[in-house]
Design a protein around this ligand. Structure first.
Ligand code: FES
Ligand code: FE
Length: 371
């Protein structure tokens, strides 16, 4: 469904939203500790014992695949003296998670199975059942892993109901990332949402992107709430967003018809951007580090059958978006610098920025601010 685009009179946020450590702290409590947060993709955990670590909102979590193939999330905290258990970003723990400090051993289900040499002469034996790893809620949507720091969150299926079934044709769960790039940029995390959510800046900032998908051709199919976005339309001669304009792989899954001519963009509040092309999917995971610094993890996902083909080359897709990313990060850096000035005051969003305005409204709701 196409929605008429309007910013509904929304203004940009005040300067303290981008520069105040106290407000950044409030965001941690009101936004990040209460929302489902994307932690990665199930394909990063191919076998029993595979784990990944994700650091978000001043917490560190681990996601691990247990002996039955079930994915589980735990706080990355040893129950002995609190040391972080997993230091690597990803890896293979084998049959158990072993703390690097005093070698307490946890099963892949989080149970403490051994605490070597703990019991002194005359001490009662350690009651291991009291010292399991602390679990965190985990949801898997189309292969993407979402964790929650809230022990009793609204179920993902109702909190993000608008996502269910929406991308079935692309079979996102089957995809694998062939390239990851990690960026750190001196700008507040919200500036990346505001920037990603509009192509008003494309003719000026991204001439190559604008040649393949002209900026006036953007639409909206979700324009309010935690998931916002819609399609943009490829010019007749373009197959995908790459440096050549040609696709890097056959269409994903069951993609057909109009979807072969579209690139879909969505923000999933508060830390994921999903860019769905006919032949690949690009994700950006947003990790706020400080009020004025953000880490962005970008992944390029393809179908494993295309990856296995001789001559498969994702380079034109990776290069295209790496260049575009760098252009965007500079815009965000410059926005951060300008907003710091005493001359800055909230400004108006235009119709082409309706998704940026929707982000600001949803953010305000999450923060308990009146719109
Ligand atoms: Fe983990 Fe001691 S802190 S075993
Ligand atoms: Fe951009």
């Amino acid at each position: 469904m196409t929605i008429t685009r309007s910013a509904r009179g929304t203004l940009t946020l005040s300067a303290d939203h981008y520069a105040s450590p106290a407000l950044f702290d409030q965001e941690r409590r009101r936004v990040f500790e209460r929302s489902w947060l994307c932690a990665g993709h199930a394909s990063e955990l191919p076998r029993s014992g595979s784990f990944l670590r994700v650091d978000l909102a001043d917490e560190s979590l681990i996601v691990v695949r247990d002996g039955q193939g079930t994915l589980r999330a735990f706080f990355n905290v040893c129950r002995h003296r609190g040391t972080q258990l997993c230091w690597e970003e990803r890896g293979d723990a084998g049959a158990a998670l072993v703390c690097p400090y005093h070698a307490w051993v946890y099963g892949l289900d989080g149970a403490l199975v051994a605490a070597p040499n703990m019991t002194g002469e005359g001490d009662p034996p350690l009651d291991k059942s009291r010292y399991a790893l602390v679990p965190a809620p985990l949801a898997v949507w189309d292969g993407f892993l979402f964790v929650s720091l809230d022990p009793d969150p609204e179920p993902f299926e109702s909190a993000r109901a608008m996502l269910l079934g929406k991308f079935d044709a692309w079979r996102l769960a089957e995809l694998r990332s062939v390239e990851r790039k990690v960026y750190e940029v001196d700008a507040n995390w919200k500036l990346f949402f505001e920037n990603y959510s509009e192509c008003y800046h494309c003719p000026v900032a991204h001439p190559a992107l604008n040649r393949l998908t002209p900026f006036m051709g953007s639409q909206s199919d979700l324009d309010d709430g935690p998931v916002v976005g819609g399609p943009m339309f490829l010019r007749p001669e373009a197959e995908s967003l790459t440096t050549t304009g040609r696709a890097c792989a056959p269409p994903l899954g069951d993609v057909s018809g109009d979807d072969l001519r579209r690139v879909y963009y969505y923000t999933i509040f508060p830390n994921l951007f999903l860019s769905v092309h006919p032949d690949y999917v690009l994700t950006h995971r947003i990790e706020p580090l400080r009020c004025d610094r953000t880490r962005i993890v970008s992944d390029w996902f393809f179908d494993p059958r295309a990856i296995a083909e001789p001559g498969f080359d994702p380079g034109p897709a990776v290069d295209f978006w790496h260049t575009t990313n760098e252009q965007d990060w500079e815009l965000c850096r410059r926005a951060q610098l300008g907003i710091r000035s005493r001359a800055y005051q909230p400004g108006p969003y235009g119709g082409l920025e309706s998704h940026s305005a929707a982000f600001v409204r949803d953010y305000r709701r999450s923060m308990g601010q009146t719109e």
